[in-house]
Write a protein that binds this ligand. Structure first.
Ligand SMILES: Cc1cc2nc3c(=O)[nH]c(=O)nc-3n(C[C@H](O)[C@H](O)[C@H](O)COP(=O)(O)O)c2cc1C
Length: 221
């Protein structure tokens, strides 16, 4: 597959055929993904490949409960996690509901599950402590995740990066013996997609690029 085709057709897959992905393929995917850039080239990532049935079951339970928390906000018309749930009985109740989601409810069945962790001591956070939410740290781990998706796509596989489970980092830390200086960046699922990947729907360049100033003329050819 050509580079442009890989990038423009690597749509998110959350539903996979019951087809095993050999370790050799997973290894090849990670062997490509490791060429991702990171701040100072510190490569603070650590991947846990989840194979054990019981651990997968625990991850599913944690994911489902975190999903309920997420949907609790959504069901009240709110942006998830913008405000704490403590002290709001309505929100607390909404978070106890089970919101069916095949991806989460079958999490333990996905062919490949990768926990993506990052060493916080290795992040070059150039926008730390400047009085707003920091964004730069994540850029030292998510390019690696995207490389995994692109490598998978180039091999006829599909997948998704999820961040819902970061809400249960404390429990995941215990489950995988995660050192204190590591954070959970995401949980990725890979497999042979049940449906053919779609061409991605994205904004055009001129809709998000301007010349010389934020309000400058749109950069369009
Ligand atoms: C940082 C990040 C976090 C994401 N978190 C989740 C998630 O928790 N659960 C999920 O199902 N998808 C998650 N996604 C997948 C997005 O929903 C997906 O990339 C987006 O909808 C575009 O889908 P498409 O590429 O198929 O068009 C995440 C993607 C990114 C990049």
């Amino acid at each position: 597959m050509e580079f442009k085709e890989v990038v423009t057709s690597a749509s998110t897959s959350r539903d996979f055929l019951d087809v095993e992905v050999p370790d050799k393929t997973v290894f090849e995917i990670l062997d490509i993904a490791r060429f991702a850039p990171s701040g100072g080239n510190r490569q603070g990532w650590h991947v846990v490949l989840f194979k054990d049935k019981e651990i997968r079951q625990s991850l599913k339970e944690l994911y489902v409960s975190a999903w309920s928390e997420y949907m609790g906000y959504v069901s009240l018309g709110e942006v998830p996690f913008l405000r704490p749930a403590e002290g709001d009985a309505n929100l607390q109740e909404a978070m106890k509901v089970h919101y069916p989601l095949p991806f989460a409810d079958n999490l333990d069945q996905h062919p490949v599950l990768l926990g993506i962790f990052v060493d916080l001591n290795q992040l070059a956070v150039t926008d730390g402590n400047i009085g707003r939410q920091s964004i730069v740290g994540g850029a030292s781990i998510y390019p690696f995740c995207h490389n995994i998706l692109l490598a998978a796509r180039s091999m006829g596989l599909g997948g998704v990066i999820t961040t819902v489970l970061a809400r249960r980092e404390t429990q995941v830390r215990e489950l995988v013996s995660l050192p204190n200086n590591f954070a959970m960046a995401g949980l990725m699922a890979l497999g042979v997609p049940r449906r053919q990947p779609q061409r991605l729907k994205r904004k055009n360049v001129g809709e998000f690029t301007t010349v010389d100033s934020f309000n400058g003329p749109s950069f369009a050819l």
